[in-house]
Design a protein around this ligand. Structure first.
Ligand SMILES: C=CC1=C(C)c2cc3[nH]c(cc4nc(cc5[nH]c(cc1n2)c(C)c5CCC(=O)O)C(CCC(=O)O)=C4C)c(C)c3C=C
Ligand SMILES: [Fe+2]
Length: 412
């Protein structure tokens, strides 16, 4: 940690220590500190200290939380465009975002009512709510490093090895307004209001430095310990078990050789918003539905087997089955998708719904893109889906206390 960080930074642990001495409602008013430092105070420091351990997911460590963390029920994915023109302003934003992440993942809020003449620093909707397993995961898009050949923040030499947009696919119906971005923030929690509060305050804190491109919200549902079902009624996520081994995440998820130092412990997030044509699907026979995946709907067992986790034999499946094609690519990825609903398609009266497909992998060129290509050309699932948004982000490794997100890039 460099001296300036130590001087300016204030960690949750320091914060709680200070709160314990000064009592609840401690205000930090040093001039020169950025907006959030003046605004940050735990909603209730006692509540923070006694937060049930099971409700907190540590923010610090070798990897960012929210990547291999067991999936929480709710997710927001927000994409920002940096509007700040100089590196110092980006650093201020990332410091503020990091402090807010530190605070909110620990179950705190910014000050909610210290000056009646000013708007409260925090929007307030999580006061009295627990941390709810809140995680915040940051990623950087290709345009963060350079845009139209311009090295905006003098960091293009730090571009990760495989970071580029997902190439256009033949069946794509991609909406550019819902795709890409300089920075993404994935927020997950067991309570939707806790997740929304975080994303909303990230947006507030970005005022003057970044604008929101798009935001998506998703949900999953499943009994504890069971694989959740997607909106087609199939268990989705079964194969993640294949790399849940001692070396599995290093082999599949965490960035490898030839990457800038800040990618150590990091990964690539591939994102596709995939609309699922529920009305078409609901008119299909059970055998058509099962042939689409090569798995049985009720049990989740692959064709020719009995139980969900039995070894898959692709030769037992139709050639166009989704799982057979995934196997044909001979690649593994770590999927962490969420269902979404977006109201009604006013042109057809059909429901807008589908999957916010998110996968993490160490090398998207080798693991993700070939798999997507294969699926786009041959997958029976294409009869029922349409890819409408797309993005690729590089997610840095985890932070230690006192660091801010992107520090190793911006201070390299
Ligand atoms: C390019 C990668 C993938 C996209 C895009 C994708 C979209 C997508 N998938 C489902 C539903 C299921 N997918 C399942 C398995 C599965 N899917 C991918 C990749 C993509 N899916 C992989 C790598 C796998 C695992 C294959 C294996 O090794 O067995 C399954 C089966 C159960 C499971 O393992 O999760 C389902 C169901 C939908 C609905 C969808 C787009 C809307
Ligand atoms: Fe899939």
């Amino acid at each position: 940690m460099d001296a300036s960080t130590k001087q300016e930074g204030i960690s949750r642990r320091d914060f709680l220590k200070m709160s314990a001495v000064a009592g609840v409602g401690l205000a930090i008013g040093a001039t020169g500190m950025s907006a959030i430092q003046n605004a940050v105070v735990p909603a209730n420091s006692t509540a923070n200290e006694t937060e049930p351990a099971g409700d907190l997911i540590p923010m610090y460590g070798e990897h960012q939380a929210g990547i291999i963390t067991p999936q929480q029920t709710y997710m927001y994915l927000a994409s920002f465009r940096i509007t700040a023109s100089d590196r110092a302003a980006v650093i201020r934003l990332f410091r503020d975002w990091t402090r807010f992440s530190d605070l909110s993942t620990a179950g705190g809020t910014m000050k909610t009512g210290d000056n009646p003449l000013l708007p409260p620093s925090d929007t307030g909707e999580t006061v009295d709510l627990p941390a709810s397993k809140l995680t915040v995961t940051f990623g950087f898009g290709p345009t963060f490093f350079s845009q139209e050949g311009k090295d905006r923040f003098g960091i293009s030499s730090q571009t990760p090895r495989y970071l580029k947009d997902i190439p256009r696919m033949p069946r794509d119906n991609i909406d550019p307004l819902l795709s890409g971005g300089d920075v993404c923030v994935q927020v997950c929690a067991e309570d939707q209001q806790v997740a929304f509060h975080a994303v909303r305050n990230f947006i507030r804190l970005s005022t003057g430095s970044a604008t929101l491109n798009w935001i998506q919200e998703g949900f999953i549902s499943g009994s504890p310990g069971k694989t959740p079902r997607n909106l087609f009624g199939f268990k989705d996520g079964t194969a993640n078990g294949l790399h849940q081994t001692p070396t599995g995440y290093d082999d599949v998820v965490w960035a490898g050789e030839g990457e800038p130092a800040w990618m150590k412990g990091g990964t690539y997030m591939a994102y596709r918003k995939v609309r699922m044509l529920l009305e078409v699907w609901d008119r299909s026979s059970l055998s058509d539905q099962e042939d689409t995946f090569g798995r049985h709907k009720d049990s989740g067992a692959s064709y020719g087997t009995k139980d969900e986790f039995d070894k898959v034999d692709p030769s037992r499946m139709p050639e166009s089955a989704h799982v057979r094609l995934a196997k044909q690519s001979k690649q593994l990825i770590h999927r962490r998708g969420y269902s979404y609903t977006d109201g009604v398609d006013l042109r057809t009266g059909n429901v807008n719904a589908g999957l916010l497909f998110i996968s993490y992998q160490k090398n998207p060129d080798e693991q993700f893109v070939p798999m997507l290509k294969l699926m786009q050309s041959q997958d029976k699932l294409n009869e029922y889906t349409s890819h409408i948004a797309s993005a690729m982000f590089a997610c840095p490794g985890g932070l230690h206390e006192g660091q801010y997100i992107g520090q190793n890039i911006l201070e390299s």
